[in-house]
Ligand binder design. Sequence first.
Ligand SMILES: Cc1ncc(COP(=O)(O)O)c(C=O)c1O
Length: 355
Amino acid sequence: MPRVFNFAAGPAILPEAVLRRAAAEITDYNGTGMSVMEMSHRSKEYIAVFEGAEQKLRTAMAVPDNYKVLFLQGGATLQFSAVPMNLLARKGRADYAVTGYFAKKAFKCAQMYGNVRTAADTGNYYAIPAQRELSPDPDASYFHYCHNNTVYGTRWPYLPETGGVPLVCDMSSSILSEPVDVSKFGVIYAGAQKNMGPAGLTVVIVRDDLLDSPALPGTPELLTYKAQAENGSMINTPATYGVYLLGLVLDWLGEAGGVAAMEGINRKKAALVYDAVGSSPVFRCKVEERSRSIMNVVFSSDSDETDARFLKEAASRGMVTLKGHRATGGIRASMYNAMPLEGAQKLVELIGEFK
Ligand SMILES: Cc1ncc(COP(=O)(O)O)c(C=O)c1O
């Protein structure tokens, strides 16, 4: 079976070159006679893999020295708890911009830990609120938002201004897809399974001074940023193979020109599909233009039947996992870094032909 164009939202497509390299190294990594999967996480060979992946991530994202990079588990969803557990007690309250499915989940989860409020919720998840629609609390512990809303297909087109309150950002579906100025953030977190590697690894980038925030009583050691930072993310066994694959993905990304080059290609792929949808008599995109994601392009026709027919036709041409999330229905084309331009072009061809 040839490789398909996998438009899944996550777990998602990985670069073929990365998969081939992992396959070549699967039984004998670097002359050790064993797979990375079989290695002690405390072995010299594995520590080199782990530290190498961190260094590559620091380089790719230009992470400043006063930030720790943590390789954790539990997905972005566990960070919905870890963030308030680590940071809420600083000032006793926090702000959440509720702009979509996961942003709302993060807010609902944080409510269990104390005083949090919505600093923005327009109720319309097909648009990102403008700065003037935000009401940031200058005394909040942090301002949480989700940079790219995977389900509705929106992306914050600007950095929220919070008057010095640390930004905490869920970048699960946009990390490494475009350059970001890490120094503007208190915490960035992301599940790996879209732009970084396989599911099971969660990356947290946290500014040093925030490590001294008092964690809420009862916060487990594994969820405490400071404890993880002090133990090099190895209080217990980390997601060893996931970190290795992240390293391979970052090698591939570096060879492809880094995050800035990715942004150019990602914008091109997204523009092609948005344009095709825009000129289609069948489909439309409900997302306001300035808020459109360059990772997840969400569109639909007026009928579920037509959408289903489109999905079937797409699958017959080797384009799979295009079904929209159950919250929105319709079609969602997730085009992470590893999706080649050719995938977007093939999709555009079908949208153009579809009557
Ligand atoms: C923006 C965003 N946040 C959080 C999550 C949840 O991630 P996880 O399954 O890693 O907990 C997802 C998953 O799709 C996501 O897209």
